[in-house]
Design a protein around this ligand. Structure first.
Ligand SMILES: Nc1ncnc2c1ncn2[C@@H]1O[C@H](COP(=O)(O)OP(=O)(O)OP(=O)(O)O)[C@@H](O)[C@H]1O
Length: 219
């Protein structure tokens, strides 16, 4: 697995609002490398998702920098950032953007499509394994609307693991899961780090924090 490291330096996140700007994150620093799982904890609205989105390059920081393996995201074109996410930094969203017309198995293969037929064939085997491991073996041909909230969340996780990116960024990956499934998902994320992956998770779940090497509490 490719070695990854991410350095966040003096990060500031602001949003334009009708009264001017809202500063959500100010002067935030973080350093994570392969083999580590880091948890971002803190009250709702403290800015966890904003940090994860900056890490994944969904918005370029106005203040400070995010650097993956020595390359500042600001020096990368939008296409290069998209490639970074597809090949190296898998992102699992709270809103779980799944394509409604595609089955669970097909949804897992979407990020692999640009890699061509052979890669998709290989990924199909991996996708099945991940879906089975996450309790969706009987749901391979089902569409997202036919799944429960917790099943959809596990499907998004299966998709991220199918991508086999060395880094995984996950936003509240256990939020819709019961304790048993939440613990299994945490185990998968921890194993990814143990096997040399890099994991950053935003979570309210104390079990995620316990499994992580480091927890940063946002206020
Ligand atoms: N696009 C936006 N425009 C304006 N304000 C925003 C925008 N996105 C987020 N915010 C505000 O930024 C703050 C931080 O939001 P963020 O989603 O990062 O918090 P969070 O810690 O992940 O919250 P939660 O635990 O509830 O998911 C919130 O007060 C939110 O209202």
């Amino acid at each position: 697995m490719r070695t990854m490291q991410v350095a966040v330096k003096d990060l500031g996140v602001t949003y334009p609002i009708s009264e001017g700007t809202l500063t959500v994150i100010d002067d935030f620093d973080l350093h994570v490398q392969s083999g580590q799982m880091v948890c971002l904890a803190g009250r709702s609205g403290s800015g966890k998702t904003s940090i994860l989105k900056a890490l994944a390059g969904f918005h370029v920081p106005t203040v400070g920098s995010v650097t993956w393996n020595g390359t500042d995201l600001r020096a990368m074109s939008p296409a290069e950032v998209a490639d970074l996410r597809r090949e190296h930094v898998g992102y699992m969203d709270q809103e779980a953007a799944l394509l409604p017309e595609l089955t669970a198995l097909e949804n897992c293969l979407v990020p692999i499509l640009p890699d061509g037929r052979q890669a998709v064939r290989r990924a199909r085997v991996r996708a099945r394994e991940m879906l089975e491991a996450l309790g969706l073996g009987e749901r391979l041909g089902w569409r997202p609307a036919q799944l429960s909230g917790g099943e959809r969340q596990r499907l998004v996780l299966a998709r991220v693991f199918t991508q086999q990116t060395p880094a995984i960024i996950a936003d509240e990956p256990t939020a819709s899961l019961d304790r048993t499934w939440a613990d299994r998902v945490i185990e998968h994320l921890r194993n990814h780090a143990h096997q040399g992956g890099l994991v950053v998770v935003a979570s309210h779940d104390p079990a995620v924090s316990q499994a992580a090497n480091q927890t940063m509490h946002l206020t």
